[in-house]
Design a protein around this ligand. Structure first.
Ligand code: NAP
Length: 182
């Protein structure tokens, strides 16, 4: 299972794109009390479609808030707790190991990109490595304790923005915004 990170990730001639997928309120909030501050069935469907078949990296807290491995995606959980174990997911002790393992999983399954799925700590740490941000902007203000890191317009170009109406099981309308690293 273990292989040198440089061989699997950084030194590859053609490294796989790293895509951060997140949903945030207008004020940047992404979470509260280790959960989501909204009900957005449409975004859950969007998340499933955007991540399906791709290896997904997430922090231990986000994994525990979901509470189970999501189907159709290999999950790599990052933790500093050597005793942490969970069935049906891969557990690693840092982001270098997470990207190396995700790259290997993607090569094995034929996935064309690696997903970073949060939460706030992992987004902040992984942002410098990301190639694309796929952000659901939920058209509400939320109170919370977890936020997405600032998106610096000098580093990120807004490639597209698509507006969607509020669905029957959604708290608000939303836009899906794709940012590409400049
Ligand atoms: N709206 C969205 O799109 C979205 C997506 C995902 C999550 N969320 C929300 O975000 C919140 C959770 O975010 P969070 O920042 O509290 O937690 P998190 O990023 O999910 O997990 C943090 C944990 O990851 C581990 N970790 C982080 N960096 C590490 C590193 N460099 N090396 C090893 N382990 C590392 C640590 O685990 P240990 O403490 O075990 O060492 C740390 O406590 C929740 O409210 C969740 O619902 C929202």
């Amino acid at each position: 299972m273990t292989a040198p990170a440089a061989v699997l990730a950084g030194d590859e001639a053609d490294p796989l794109p790293i895509v951060m997928v997140a949903a945030m309120a207008r004020n940047g909030v992404i979470g509260v009390d280790n959960g989501l501050p909204w009900h957005m069935r449409s975004d859950l469907k969007h998340f499933r479609a955007a991540t399906w078949g791709k290896p997904m990296i997430m922090g231990r807290k986000t994994y525990q808030s979901i509470g189970r491995p999501l189907p159709g995606r290999e999950t790599v959980v990052v933790t500093r707790d050597p005793a942490f174990a969970a069935e049906g997911v891969h557990v690693v002790d840092g982001l270098d190991a997470a990207f190396a393992l995700a790259a290997m999983l993607a090569r094995t399954s034929g996935a064309e990109e690696i997903i970073v799925a949060g939460g706030a700590t992992i987004y902040a740490e992984a942002m410098k490595r990301a190639d694309r941000l796929v952000i659901t902007e939920i058209q509400l203000e939320a109170e919370g304790d977890a936020v997405f890191p600032p998106i610096d317009p000098l580093q990120w170009l807004q490639a597209s923005r698509t507006a969607y109406p509020r669905g029957e099981k959604d708290d608000a309308a939303y836009d899906v915004v794709v940012w590409q690293r400049r």
